[in-house]
Design a protein around this ligand. Structure first.
Ligand code: HEC
Ligand code: HEC
Length: 205
């Protein structure tokens, strides 16, 4: 009788200990997990690579890409511009289809034509519509290719030029650039401070 009781007690104790172990084990694991996520989200990326990802996401947004094309500008999410208009020798259209015939310094709610000072297609050298992130990065960091701009001038262009700023105030039902403008400026600062690093180029680039 005594022995049976003792065994019962022992069994009970072992079970409790096991349960305790399992529980504390879980808790500990959870702890390390949450610590890991915390340190990940608090980690500041000073290499500039994450900043470049933010910048290129803006550059590839339809609000920017629609003018940075080869010969024909696009509208909305990348549909053909109707009526058909062409770049022309000065990037401002041809004949009666001059950009300024329809596009003024501001969005026109009556005609639906968007507008900003200097409305024109981006120069052909700045057509990054079919480039990879690495190629765009190389283009923008090579002054001979990018219109002679230094990183600081590039920064100034993207934070102040009316054509770029239009992307956050596109008028009509057009969606503005999805990344807040302040976040782009922050990313540009970080990227430049890190020495404008670019993603590695693929061998075919
Ligand atoms: C209406 C057409 C148009 C739109 C929309 C447009 N751009 Fe441009 N972009 C241009 C033109 C034109 C130039 C050349 C201006 C110059 O060199 O002074 C240019 C030049 C640039 C340059 C300069 C590149 C360099 O190295 O010289 C950058 C960067 C740029 N655009 C980014 C953007 C971004 C970002 C957006 C969207 C937020 C945008 N653009 C939207 C027409 C456009
Ligand atoms: C005959 C008038 C007309 C001419 C000429 C014209 N456009 Fe447009 N454009 C419009 C109208 C109207 C819209 C708005 C269409 C819509 O949103 O459905 C538009 C939209 C655009 C957009 C779309 C912006 C976006 O992100 O949705 C771009 C880019 C553009 N035009 C560039 C140009 C360029 C560059 C030229 C000169 C080479 C030009 N357009 C000439 C009337 C014109």
């Amino acid at each position: 009788m005594k022995l049976r009781r003792a065994v019962g007690l022992l069994r009970h104790l072992t079970m409790s200990l096991l349960i305790l172990l399992v529980f504390t084990g879980c808790e500990n694991r959870q702890d390390t997990n949450s610590q890991a996520t915390e340190s990940q989200s608090n980690k500041v990326d000073t290499t500039g690579h994450q900043d470049w990802e933010t910048i290129v996401e803006v550059l590839l947004h339809p609000r920017c890409l629609n003018c940075h094309q080869l010969e024909l500008p696009l509208i909305n999410q990348g549909s053909p511009h109707v009526p058909r208009v062409e770049r022309g020798p000065d990037n401002m259209g041809i004949g009666t289809m001059r950009c300024s015939n329809c596009h003024s310094n501001q969005n026109n709610p009556v005609t639906g034509a968007p507008g900003a000072p200097g409305w024109a297609m981006a120069p052909i050298s700045l057509n990054w519509s079919d480039m990879s992130s690495a190629q765009i990065c190389k283009l923008l960091t090579t002054p001979q290719d990018n219109g002679g701009r230094s990183p600081e001038q590039l920064m100034q262009f993207m934070s102040e030029n009316p054509l770029a700023l239009w992307g956050w105030n596109p008028g009509g039902k057009r969606e503005p650039v999805n990344i807040p403008h302040e976040k782009l400026v922050e990313a540009l600062k970080g990227w430049i401070a890190a020495g404008t690093p670019c993603p590695p180029q693929a061998p075919s680039d």
